[in-house]
Design a protein around this ligand. Structure first.
Ligand SMILES: C[S@@+](CC[C@H](N)C(=O)[O-])C[C@H]1O[C@@H](n2cnc3c(N)ncnc32)[C@H](O)[C@@H]1O
Length: 450
């Protein structure tokens, strides 16, 4: 493949894995950053290949690390230099998952290690990958299953152990396994029609004429993508902003809030703007939405998208949603809180490895501060949605209960699809699950300030 003369696909993938880990970028954004610096006539093809590598390595990381740790005997992959560790992960992925000839896979990795490090580490990488070649994964997994069934699930289906334990507690063993399996399936795409520029029947016809087979969903302005010939983002209609790609459950939030034209709406964690823009469309661009986010980079991306979608009633504010106070109070608030993202593993496998209990505790405290701040910014009689893409009760129902202690009341909203939540308020909340609803695992509750 003809790329910028010094760059191999293995270096690109290793660089992207570093960005995903250290800067917490998604695979897609990490590669966008890297490919700005790559030249060559095969650039687009290489980007596709690199994306598939990064995505699959993140998806299978627990299993890949299990293989490396087994041959390291004693030390752990996390103890190695992170770049070297990622190169070994690529080697294992090629050998054991892509079934590339082990000698070829080893040789490509060893070459990069020699160039980036030194001969000693190149010899080390060579020895490890030779061991990996001989390592019988199925036999080792069988032994693990006999010893520790939870750890076996975590490795076999490549999920964090805490998540496996958590969903078994919530759903029982059999259903939890179905959830783990569904998180490994290919992403399901949904298209939300941008009613500022198009209507659903026209978009449906347009998509079908362009080789995209779609179906209606329980959400009025959302279509499920069943099949497509070329990526939807390459279609003219997407570039013109007639529709966006948005998860089904995420596109339900604005309907539950149902902002009216002319109202004042606050979005306390707005970027990259899917729910803000949906609310703007439901408000027919009339009234005002104040969209707050704590990430400048994400707000910049939001501004670009806003123009494309023809959204005109949104004011972007770079501020902390825990403390931002506007001079006037709001009719409605969207609080789509930052969370463990544990409902999005199918879409973003890299987030599986980002959260531990300590980090989750910190994010729960942010969620609670935001809830208190939403209460301050809301008019009396004003309504808000609280949503997350987390499966955890402490980020969802328990936070709603916390909100109730702080003065909110819960609205008994007639959710038209999805499942109920947990605890005593469960009947008045909404949940989806990847294995049951074919979208992100998601939570919504509607609250009111009395
Ligand atoms: C779940 S995402 C929001 C997604 C968005 N509502 C949408 O539909 O596109 C959470 C957002 O919260 C932002 N965030 C995290 N901490 C924040 C804080 N203290 N104040 C404001 N925004 C914050 C993150 O930058 C991220 O954009």
């Amino acid at each position: 493949m003809e790329l910028f003369y010094r760059v191999t696909i293995h270096e690109i993938v290793a660089d992207a894995l570093m960005l995903v880990e250290e800067k917490e970028l998604s695979s897609k954004h990490a590669l966008e950053k890297i490919f700005k610096k790559v030249e060559g006539k095969d650039k687009e093809k290489a980007r596709g290949i690199a994306h598939a590598y990064v995505f699959e390595i993140e998806k299978w990381r627990a299993k890949i690390d299990f293989i490396i740790n087994s041959v390291l005997r004693g030390s752990k992959v996390e103890d190695l230099d992170p770049y070297l560790a990622n190169l070994l992960r690529i080697g294992v992925f090629e050998m054991k998952f892509k079934k590339i000839n082990p000698a070829i896979a080893t040789d490509s990795i060893v070459r990069v290690v020699k160039e980036k490090f030194d001969l000693t580490r190149a010899k080390f990488a060579n020895a490890i990958l030779r061991e990996v070649e001989k390592f019988n994964v199925e036999k080792a997994l069988k032994r693990l299953k006999e010893k520790d069934r939870i750890e076996w699930l975590a490795v076999r289906f490549s999920h964090p152990r805490w998540y496996v334990e958590y969903v078994i507690d919530l759903l029982g063993y059999d259903e939890a396994v179905r959830l783990l399996l569904s998180n490994l399936k290919p992403q399901r795409y949904y298209v939300r029609i941008n009613s500022l520029k198009a209507d659903i029947e026209k978009v449906k016809k347009y998509l079908e004429e362009n080789g995209v087979r779609v179906a209606y969903t329980p959400v009025d302005d959302v279509l499920k993508v069943l099949e497509y010939e070329k990526p939807i983002t390459k279609l003219e209609g997407y570039k013109k902003g007639y529709f966006v790609i948005q998860d089904l459950a995420s596109a339900y939030v604005a309907h539950v809030l149902s902002p009216e034209p002319g109202e004042r709406v606050l979005d306390l964690a707005a970027a990259p703007g899917s729910k803000t823009f949906h609310a703007a469309a439901l408000m027919e661009n009339k009234g005002e939405i104040v969209a707050v986010d704590y990430s400048y980079e994400r707000l910049v991306r939001m501004k670009e998208r806003m123009k494309k979608l023809g959204v005109k009633n949104v004011k972007l504010v770079y501020a902390d949603g825990q403390s931002y106070i506007d001079k006037e109070k709001f009719d409605k608030i969207i609080l789509d809180a930052p969370c463990s993202s544990s409902g999005t593993y199918r879409q973003f496998p890299e987030v599986k490895w980002r959260f531990n209990e300590e980090k989750i505790k910190r994010i729960i405290s942010v969620q609670r501060n935001m809830l208190i701040n939403a209460f301050r910014n809301l008019k009396e009689g004003g309504e808000m949605t609280y949503s997350t893409c987390s499966v955890r009760i402490d980020e969802n129902e328990e936070n709603v209960m916390f909100g109730l202690e702080r003065g909110f009341e819960i609205v008994d909203y007639p959710f038209s699809w999805g499942d109920k939540g947990f605890l005593e308020i469960g009947d008045k909340t909404f949940r989806t699950w990847t294995h049951r609803h074919d979208c992100n695992s998601f939570f919504i509750a509607k609250l009111r300030k009395p």
